[in-house]
Write a protein that binds this ligand. Structure first.
Ligand SMILES: [Zn+2]
Length: 880
């Protein structure tokens, strides 16, 4: 699965109290989760205990499924299932099925009518009705619509992580792999795709009477429930043959020239990925036919259903003006989903606590496949900036979670997803490959895939295989990096001899959470000189590491232990390095070293070792000289955050007077529209001076244009909102005019929704907040988040302090009613504009009184409030 989203939370150094509470909570949780034993009610969701009970009792599962899909998307989808399985001895059979009691019509076991027990979205066949050996259960049911994504003339299933049981009765856990034989009864004129090939051939022979079409699919290979999928509806089909294999693309694009422009590239990218993976894994593609479906407005970038991948259409069908970045993203998502055919589909995690493994492998493979085709990009810098800052944003906080988390019930699986899985895990996997070595790593993966093909495996199973291929102790390594949370704290000490040359350079590693953990890792220590740098590879294993081979070298101007973008941790700059980088960072020639220096300085700012003023001075000086677009984007982001979050409000106007001309000059100088867009967005987000505001207003009124930058409707809406939150005199008229001239109906409705949150009247804003208490007003999550963010804009933070307590109180309900990323984003939107001691205290009080608070939600709050706590602390005691 490619989520196509980056959730990165800033967040807070709340102390041990909270850790203790968290520890107590997990004890309570563990006690509560000991059951159920066979015979106990199965309980809500799919608990680990239920999953283990089923895995040990049930084998050789086959589903024969028929769904009848009506033309009217509101009419019920009827289903029939024949489930075959084998039992060692008579044993109850607990099937998962949402609202089973209302949806099950008829149950037969071995041809006999059986009355199952219902409860908690399960139906249970009593042990008395079963027998040793093969059992056959037939169920007639109404399929739930919840995971069928029904549209007027198409539908598609999306069952990840455990939503197959929303549609039909099933053992909805990843380690009961089953073979599926599917029949779809669909309206005539509809196409149908599923994991297996169509058995009744192509063309019209599947047409049944009465304007209906019956499509039978051949039995699949063993699949976990989350990879079982079908799509039906009005689609066009493109077919191509590559390397002797037929590939089919289903799509709904009506622009024929767009299809013609994209189709060969899309087929070629799949073929290249397949060929690469067959070579790397030494295992042929295992799922027979290869189809993929382009879905409009798909939830993720892609989803790796075996033999029938689903993609978000917009990511694959590109416009003529597609940027390098869009081309790279397309190649990446195709390679990512194709890599899943081996990593995830052929070998599947036993339980969803290891879902991160398949994601990180898909990413690692995608990079190996795609990067060589884009030689113009600095991939090391891209990897560094794409992963480290987002991973740090969670891992530095008191709300950090380990990569591998316990997961007691699959109904909580959604909460595992976040920056630690998507951004820290790739860093850790790269370290693992470096430790083991490229060839032994590949050979280990080959052995792992061969041993567990069509089965399931855990992280420990893989580590055991790799451990045998290296003298290093991978179990110890894995504990710090994968099983525990947080990152090391690393400081450097340079000792000089009487001649002023280096006599000794040491790195000291410590565990900020005082567990005595060490994070063994390969780093590159960069020593900086006036016109060169020297990189020394170092293997950091324990508390103190003496950097080899540097004795006798001239005294460096700075030392960066995170050099080369490898080292992971908080790298505390020594005084000399800190001063030098703040004065001369822009003089470093290598873009990757500059990127590392920026990320390190930001970390040191958060630790109060660098003042926001000094950081902004450097950004002002260095941004005009930055040549790498990736660095420019990163620094513009830091500038905006330093300005709003860390600078006292009273200092902003004077700073704005210096920042705005620098940003305007950058905008003029930028030579591509994507660069121009980055500079312009930064200007629009920080503008405060009357001149700057007047200019934005003229651009918004279309009285002035920006050469080389075409502003589209979303840009104009963003300008109108930024002008409004600054209370420019004509704000109400600007918003009204913007609403009238917005053509796209979705954007128009969204703006109308957000407008009350922009009001200069505090009473209207309070009403806008109260509206968000109702779940129906949060259905469109991006709308709710945008309103929340503007309500809590830094310029309105004094009045907005009253929203923080109630906003946090809503979080549990938000988790119950919202999508997986919503709780984190809600909390971030609520807190991003705040820096006061008062709001920090509100958050602390909230957590202190909510002792029974769910652990993962507590982490969400702690991680989202990290920067607030740091800023509030600095507000009372200024940085040096
Ligand atoms: Zn994926």
């Amino acid at each position: 699965m490619e989520h196509g989203l980056h959730s990165s939370g800033p967040a807070g150094p709340l102390s041990r109290d909270f850790d203790m509470v968290a520890a107590m909570m997990s004890l309570l949780l563990a006690a509560a989760l000991a059951g159920p034993a066979a015979g106990d009610p199965p309980g809500r969701g799919i608990s680990e205990a239920l999953a283990r009970e089923r895995t040990s009792a049930i084998a050789a599962v086959r589903y024969e499924l028929t769904f009848t899909i009506p033309t009217d998307r509101t009419a019920q989808v009827l289903g029939r299932e024949v489930l075959r399985l084998s039992l060692k001895a008579p044993h109850r059979i607990v099937l998962d099925f949402l609202s089973a009691r209302d949806r099950v019509r008829d149950v037969h076991v071995g041809g006999r009518d059986v009355a199952p027990l219902f409860g908690d979205d399960h139906l249970t066949i009593p042990a008395e009705a079963t027998r040793a050996g093969e059992n056959e259960i037939a169920v007639e049911f109404i399929a739930g619509d919840e995971a069928l994504n029904r549209n007027d003339d198409f539908l598609y299933t999306l069952f990840v992580p455990a939503r197959a049981h929303f549609a039909f009765p099933v053992f909805d856990q990843p380690d009961i792999k089953a073979r599926y034989t599917l029949t779809l009864d669909v309206p005539a004129g509809w196409e149908a795709v599923a994991n297996g090939p169509v058995r009744n051939g192509s063309g019209d022979e599947g047409t049944a009477a009465g304007g209906r079409r019956l499509v039978r699919f051949a039995e699949t290979q063993p699949l976990p429930t989350y990879l079982f999928s079908f799509v039906a509806g009005k689609f066009s089909v493109e077919t191509a043959t590559r390397n002797g294999r037929q590939l089919r693309m289903f799509h709904r694009e009506t622009d024929q020239s767009k299809v013609a422009r994209n189709r060969d590239a899309i087929f070629d990218l799949h073929a290249a990925a397949l060929a690469w993976l067959e070579e790397y894994t030494a295992i042929p593609y295992a799922f027979g036919k290869f189809d993929f479906v382009l879905i409009p407005s798909f939830q993720f970038g892609g989803m790796e259903h075996a033999g029938a991948i689903l993609y978000n259409a917009a990511g694959l069908m590109l416009d003529e003006s597609a940027t390098q970045n869009q081309l790279l993203n397309r190649a990446s998502v195709i390679s990512h989903e194709t890599a899943h055919m081996w990593f995830g589909d052929l070998v599947t995690m036993r339980w969803f606590n290891d879902v991160w493994m398949k994601e990180v492998f898909a990413n690692v493979m995608a990079e190996k496949i795609v990067n060589p085709s884009f030689p113009a990009l600095n991939h090391e810098l891209r990897f560094f900036l794409g992963n480290y800052p987002a991973a740090y944003a969670v891992d530095r906080t008191a709300g950090a979670n380990p990569i591998r988390q316990s997961l007691a019930n699959l109904d909580e699986a959604g909460q595992l997803y976040g920056a630690i899985i998507y951004q820290k895990a790739p860093v850790v996997m790269r370290q693992l490959e470096m430790i083991v070595g490229e060839q032994p790593f590949r050979d280990g993966l080959r052995a792992y895939l061969r041993r567990y093909a069509f089965g399931n495996a855990t992280w420990s199973d893989l580590i055991r295989i790799l451990d045998a291929r290296t003298p290093r102790n991978l179990a110890r390594w894995s504990r710090a990096w994968v099983e525990e949370r947080g990152r090391p704290d690393v400081s450097t000490a340079v000792r000089l001899n009487s001649a002023g040359r280096v006599s000794r350079l040491t790195l000291t590693m410590s565990d900020p959470l005082a567990r005595g953990l060490m994070w063994p890792q390969r780093v590159q220590v960069t020593l900086g000189y006036a016109d060169s740098t020297k990189s020394v590879p170092v293997n950091m294993t324990g508390v103190t590491t003496v950097v080899p081979g540097v004795a006798g070298m001239p005294a460096p101007l700075f030392v960066l232990p995170g050099g080369g973008g490898l080292g992971y941790g908080l790298f505390r700059l020594d005084d000399t390095s800190r001063h030098y980088l703040l004065d001369h960072l822009e003089a470093i020639a290598d873009p990757l070293t500059r990127g590392v220096a920026w990320v390190t300085l930001w970390d040191n700012l958060l630790e109060s070792h660098v003042s926001p003023g000094a950081f902004l001075d450097l950004a002002l000086r260095a941004l005009p000289m930055e040549t790498d677009e990736q660095n420019t984007q990163r620094v513009l982001g830091y500038l905006t955050r330093a300005f709003w979050r860390f600078l006292p409000a009273a200092e902003r106007p004077a700073r704005a007077a210096a920042i705005e001309p620098m940003l305007r000059a950058g905008l003029d100088r930028a030579d591509t529209s994507s660069r121009k867009s980055a500079w312009f967005s930064a200007f629009r987000d920080v503008v405060l001076t009357p001149d700057g505001l007047a200019w934005i207003e003229r651009v918004w009124r279309r009285e002035e244009t920006i050469p080389g930058l075409t502003l589209a409707e979303p840009d104009e809406i963003a300008m109108a909102l930024e002008l409004a939150v600054r209370d420019v005199p004509s704000a109400p008229r600007i918003l009204q005019t913007q609403l009238e001239r917005t053509g796209n109906p979705d954007r128009k409705a969204r703006l109308a929704f957000v407008m009350p949150a922009m009001s200069s009247d505090p009473a209207v804003r309070e009403a806008a907040f109260d509206r968000l208490r109702l779940v129906e007003n949060r259905r469109r999550e991006p709308w709710a988040l945008e309103a929340m963010q503007y309500l809590n804009h830094p310029l309105r933070e004094a009045h907005a302090r009253r929203f923080v307590g109630p906003g946090l109180e809503l979080l549990r309900e938000i988790q119950r009613t919202g999508d997986i990323f919503f709780p984190t984003r809600w909390t971030e939107s609520l807190l991003a504009g705040h820096r006061s001691r008062e709001v920090a205290a509100t958050v602390e009080d909230f957590l202190a009184k909510e002792l029974q608070y769910p652990r993962r939600l507590r982490w969400t709050v702690l991680s989202a409030s990290d920067e607030l706590f740091r800023a509030a602390r600095d507000a009372s005691s200024p940085a040096p």
